[in-house]
Design a protein around this ligand. Sequence first.
Ligand code: GLN
Length: 446
Amino acid sequence: EYYLSRIEKLDPQIKAYLTVTREEALAQAQAADEKLARGEELPLLGVPLSVKDNICTKGIRTTCASRILENFVPPYDATVVERLKEAGAVILGKTNLDEFAMGSSTENSAFFPTRNPWDLERVPGGSSGGSAAAVAAELCAGSLGSDTGGSIRQPAAFCGVVGLKPTYGRVSRYGLVAFASSLDQIGPLTRTVSDAALLLQIIGGPDSRDSTCYPEAQPDYLSELEKPLPRLKLGLPKEYFGEGLSDEIRIKLEESFRELEKLGFELREVSLPHTEYAVAAYYIIAPAEASSNLARYDGVKYGLRLEGRDLLDMYKKTRSQGFGAEVKRRIMIGTYALSAGYYDAYYRKASQVRTLIARDFEEAFKEVDLILTPVTPTSAFRLGEKTQDPLQMYLSDIFTIPVNLAGLVGLSLPVGLTSENLPVGLQIIGPHFSEPLVLNLAHRLE
Ligand code: GLN
């Protein structure tokens, strides 16, 4: 009731939620009270959470913030949702996003933009902007987002909350509406690092319904969090601190670096030489996969259907009106890049660059335990500031995209405010399955 009343009071301005499941939430809370009275112990008993609206919820509309799925009600829960419910959580509703998670500001939602709780004239980031804003404004105790190129970490940084993109394969993607299947990963957005550890514990681990999900059991993240850390070597990649990084962000990050040195960690410069090609490679690979994944929205099987003269006309009308401009742009880029004669020049080339970027990290992790970088080049920008210029929008993910291309762990930790009172995030990057170490280091800085 506390969270529902905050949503009622504050969400008309922030617009973090696409759907508030008031009745279901109250029923789940009631059931949690009864379980508590019976002495049942569950890790998330009665904890009110929200879920990004590209993660399937049985019986609850899952729109991907797209007209094409405006009235789609999934007949099943995503694995992560099933696990939240089994752990006793209360689901307050579904949060706004850029259509099909394509964007960095939540302005690509077909329904309405979400606003940054720190300054309502600014974007919350994206694509998990609804989740980040909801956590920051205390419209839920924590949320699940998805991250293909930065969509958990960038909004977490803009809204001053913790956001974790787990290792590719750590969390099941079953029931996550696919954007770019080789990059997508679900993860938590929370107010503290230990909350992120707790949520990852619940949602992560093997799942036979996702063949890319890692089959080994997970470590116990909460107990790992308390273990003393050795004198870790922390790498600062020089390519991430050059031109384009705002001074205010640089200053805040340097304060954190000094604090880490005081805590006894060793900081040293490293190099990730192929960084400058990451955005270009991503904007071939992600649209290529998206063009294939989004072929299923054809007006035949489910979702929107607009009547046409014949089958082809029906496809055309449905897809022309069902998808927004950015989604169409991606489908066209992806289809072009995969077409005969262009495949070698674009998709194959991008895949090779992806390998080089992954190798950069492998080399760096021979020298250092973890890598520290900014999450974003600037703090939250104004609504409308970048909507006319897709390339500018794409560049806001320059520091987060390499992590997805290499399948690594990336955590965004709030480390202070700019002079305009806007949050700044520090990114901690770790090797595959280094979540315990990344969380532990983040916890030292909280
Ligand atoms: N902003 C990036 C894009 O538009 C990343 C989005 C994401 O991580 N889902 O593709």
